[in-house]
Ligand binder design. Structure first.
Ligand SMILES: [Zn+2]
Ligand SMILES: [Zn+2]
Length: 316
């Protein structure tokens, strides 16, 4: 069964890397370049600390939050004319059914072999969070990647600045510089920033098309098959870039569980609302959990503050 929340070796590696990068950035690069008691030093230290805290919190939520299992009460409504096409298997036209879970699969749900269950709007199983990235934790996973890239770029800028500053100082006085920190941090940060940057770009591309990683691969095959018989394949959940973006940010991550447990909506309504058919009206739902909107607003607002502080620092 699901094991999200279990601390594994890759998670310890990520936490250790965050701690090392935080220490070297604040106490070696910032302190060595500006001094921690100067205003640019303090400004950089505070912004970097806040970014690191957001990274740690969002990383932890992505680990422990249930990505979304299929409710035991789920039954596809075959008489509903709006039934999404992914409800039907491509071969044979039968309803999608998971043999391992012995239950019907909702649209966009897939069985994860690691978690040993079906996951709603499954994107992929991530070993770095020991959890599936699915409907309920996709947004927080994306926010984590966004801030991890911000932190890596900020740290790299401070690393380069600190190295240049040290080289100038060394010309006058060779009192030994923390070269080992520069080397280890460089070896860690450059590939990390590149990998996370590519991951971020990939998910921005997917979000703008309202696709998951699994659907991208399925789409490539579907497109090839459609072309063979002279048809054009279009992704059925694509509502246009703006609508796709707002759909992601307006869907309350727990609307599935809440709607089912309260018995307030038919599964089909939830499918239509949660997975991109029609307007993302769940934003006005009475079951909308305010904490997610709050966190999202907090994180977005913090992004603006970080940008402004960085601009101020560089214009000093
Ligand atoms: Zn399954
Ligand atoms: Zn999984």
């Amino acid at each position: 069964m699901r094991q999200s929340g279990t601390i594994t070796f890759p998670i310890i590696v990520v936490f250790a890397a965050i701690c090392y990068i935080y220490y070297s950035t604040v106490f070696v690069f910032i302190d060595g370049w500006f001094g921690l008691m100067t205003s640019p030093g303090l400004l950089n230290a505070v912004t970097f600390t806040l970014t690191a805290i957001v990274c740690l919190v969002t990383y932890w939520i992505a680990i422990v939050r249930d990505p979304g299992g299929v409710p035991s009460t789920f039954m596809p409504d075959i008489e509903d004319s709006e039934t999404p096409i992914h409800e039907i298997k491509r071969k044979g036209g039968d309803l999608r059914y998971c043999q391992k879970c012995s239950r019907y699969k909702p649209p966009r749900a897939h069985h994860c072999r690691v978690c040993k269950r079906c996951v709603l709007r499954m994107d992929h199983h991530c070993i770095w969070i020991n959890n599936c990235v699915g409907h309920a934790n996709y947004k927080i996973f994306f926010v984590f990647v966004l801030y991890a890239v911000t932190a890596c770029v900020h740290s790299l800028i401070l690393l380069v600045g600190s190295v240049i500053n040290d080289a100038e100082k060394d010309d006058q006085n060779d009192d030994g510089s923390p070269r080992i920190y520069y080397i280890i941090s460089g070896v860690l940060l450059v590939p990390l920033a590149m990998a996370l940057g590519i991951l971020l770009g990939w998910h921005v591309y997917l979000i703008l098309q309202n696709k998951t990683t699994i659907e991208y691969h399925e789409g490539v095959r579907a497109m090839w098959l459609a072309e063979k018989v002279g048809n054009v394949y279009t992704h059925p959940y694509d509502l246009g870039p703006y609508q796709n973006l707002t759909t992601l940010y307006l869907i309350p991550p727990r609307c599935w569980g809440q709607a089912f447990s309260h018995g307030s909506a038919r599964p089909q309504d939830i499918l239509v609302q949660a997975y991109g058919f029609g307007q993302p009206t769940t934003a006005q739902s009475p079951h909308h959990p305010p904490q997610d909107e709050f966190l999202c607003g907090l994180v977005t607002g913090y992004g603006e503050v970080v940008c402004k502080l960085l601009i101020l620092t560089w214009m000093r």
